[in-house]
Design a protein around this ligand. Structure first.
Ligand SMILES: [Zn+2]
Length: 501
């Protein structure tokens, strides 16, 4: 029995040890022992736990996030969904005083070979070709072809090269905002083995981590070996369960001293179910910090570049329109809010009842919903928040409702418009000329601009020599909505326009 178990462990070691890949299976699990380099590094830290004065400085680590899609751009997940995972990751690392920031917006990799990978090899190539050095590269991809939730590389074991080794690879399915897989994989990336490492294959093995924490047991009892066996941490109880388990566990297992194992389901590095997990142990946190906090540490290169200064985001943007009582044209709806200090982008969400109708990221302070994103004569509600790479958890504004009218078609689609031309843009700022497209050549075109009260604020005439012409509106035109009327050969067209500040 013992030989069979050891052989299984050895096969796992051969399979995973060559790549340094640790796999967390979706449902069951892969047994992934940490490489010797990680185990000896952790053993070298053991004498320091609890001796150094508590280091309370924050460690900030740069992340490059990649979303993998098919070659035609199919599949994947949204950038804001990735932001939600990083926000959640940061909350889970607060007690370790480690925070993760995004250096840039999410990168998209459109490659069907990577997206549909059924083995590690294409993903190793993907990492090698796309990793951004001195950052933690997190790839969000399908992984269903490998039945994996995610995997990560221990320091100095992955592809990518100097100051660029390894990555975290996450499945879409296990990248839910409240999931724990990302925290678990970051643990591996920062040198943490599973809590059951080296013990699950045979808990009675002399090399397995024993339950006792007494280093001076009276023979025949064996003394504690928690710093040199198992996961190398003495503050995580010995664990033997290498398959997904629901907490609390009623599984019974004795060690070589006949002590009963009592694995702790609350540790991210165990294989308990997501809802059981909530923490890293002090020694695990200390080891992760040691792995990055000096230039010669295994991932010390992550802190070589100074972290950018991100503005502090306080509160949420003030919404300008639509207001609660407003009715907007569904196929020409403008959402607008005030600039929020510190924000470099905004996330807009529109709901019908409690269903997300759309969820989009914008760098400007307005969003113009065209086409059929909204339907006519409906109640909607919306929220907006400001974000930056260092704060992906900012609060949304209060949720306010608005309603839509029937569709209003301007320009070429409007049945009442006999002049078949187009005007763009219909939302503009000072200095933006309006383009008229599709007008007749060689005959006068008269135009006028009316404000909301129907007063003509300016007008003019054109003699088009081309099917396209420009209208230059006055620079001091007040902010607000207008109607542009164009008349040519007794044909008429009216278009709604919006002048932004
Ligand atoms: Zn794992």
């Amino acid at each position: 029995m013992n030989i069979v178990r050891r052989t299984t462990a050895l096969l796992a070691l051969l399979f995973l040890g060559t790549t340094g890949v640790l796999a967390q299976n979706n449902g069951t699990c892969g047994t992934g022992p940490a490489p010797a380099s990680t185990l000896s590094y952790l053993e070298s830290l053991a004498s320091g736990y609890g001796i150094q004065t508590e280091d309370t400085t924050w460690i900030r680590l740069p992340v490059t996030a990649h979303i993998v899609r098919s070659s035609s751009g199919f599949g994947g997940m949204s950038e804001s969904a990735v932001f939600a995972t990083i926000c959640n990751l940061n909350q889970r690392f607060v007690s370790a005083r480690i925070s993760f920031y995004l250096l840039e917006r999410v990168k998209f990799i459109d490659n069907t070979t990577y997206y549909g990978a059924t083995s590690y090899q294409p993903l190793m190539t993907m990492i090698d070709q796309n990793n951004v050095a001195r950052t933690i590269n997190i790839y969000y991809t399908d992984l269903s072809g490998m039945s994996l939730c995610g995997f990560a590389f221990y320091p100095l074991t992955g592809p990518g090269g100097f100051q660029n080794d390894g990555a975290v690879v996450m499945s879409f399915g296990c990248s839910q905002p409240e999931g724990t897989t990302l925290a678990h994989e970051l643990g591996h990336y920062l040198n943490l083995p599973h809590t059951f490492d080296e013990t699950s294959s045979d808990p009675m093995d002399p090399i397995a981590e024993r339950v006792t924490r007494n280093f001076n047991e009276v023979p025949p009892r064996l003394s504690a070996n928690c710093f040199t066996s198992g996961d190398r941490f003495c503050d995580t109880p010995s664990d033997f369960i290498a398959t997904r388990w629901a907490c609390p566990s009623w599984r019974v297992q004795l060690d070589l001293n006949n002590d009963l194992f009592r694995p702790d389901s609350s540790y991210y590095m165990s294989y308990s179910n997501d809802n059981c997990m909530s923490r890293f142990s002090p020694q695990q946190m200390s080891a992760m910090r040691a792995t990055v906090n000096n230039p010669s540490a295994p991932r010390g290169y992550l802190t070589l570049n100074p972290a950018p200064v991100f503005g502090t985001i306080v509160g949420s943007p003030i919404k300008l329109f639509p207001q609660i009582t407003d009715t907007v044209v569904p196929n020409n709806a403008l959402f607008r809010w005030n600039t929020l200090p510190g924000a470099t982008m905004y996330q807009l969400r529109v709901f019908q009842f409690n269903v997300n109708v759309f969820d989009t990221l914008i760098t400007d302070t307005f969003y113009h919903a065209l086409g059929n994103r909204l339907r006519g004569v409906r109640q909607y509600s919306w929220v907006v928040r400001g974000l930056n790479g260092g704060d992906l958890c900012a609060a949304f504004s209060p949720r306010d409702s608005f309603s839509t009218s029937t569709y209003v078609f301007a320009g070429i689609n409007d049945a009442s418009n006999t002049l078949q031309a187009k005007v763009y843009p219909t939302v503009f700022q000072e200095g933006t000329p309006l383009t008229l497209d599709g007008i007749q050549v060689g005959t006068t075109l008269d135009w006028n601009l009316k404000d909301q009260l129907g007063r003509v604020v300016c007008n003019g005439s054109l003699w088009p020599e081309d099917s396209g012409a420009l209208i230059h509106l006055p620079g001091d035109l007040p902010t607000g909505s207008y109607r542009l009327e164009c008349i040519q050969n007794r044909q008429r067209m009216t278009v709604r326009l919006l002048r932004l500040p």
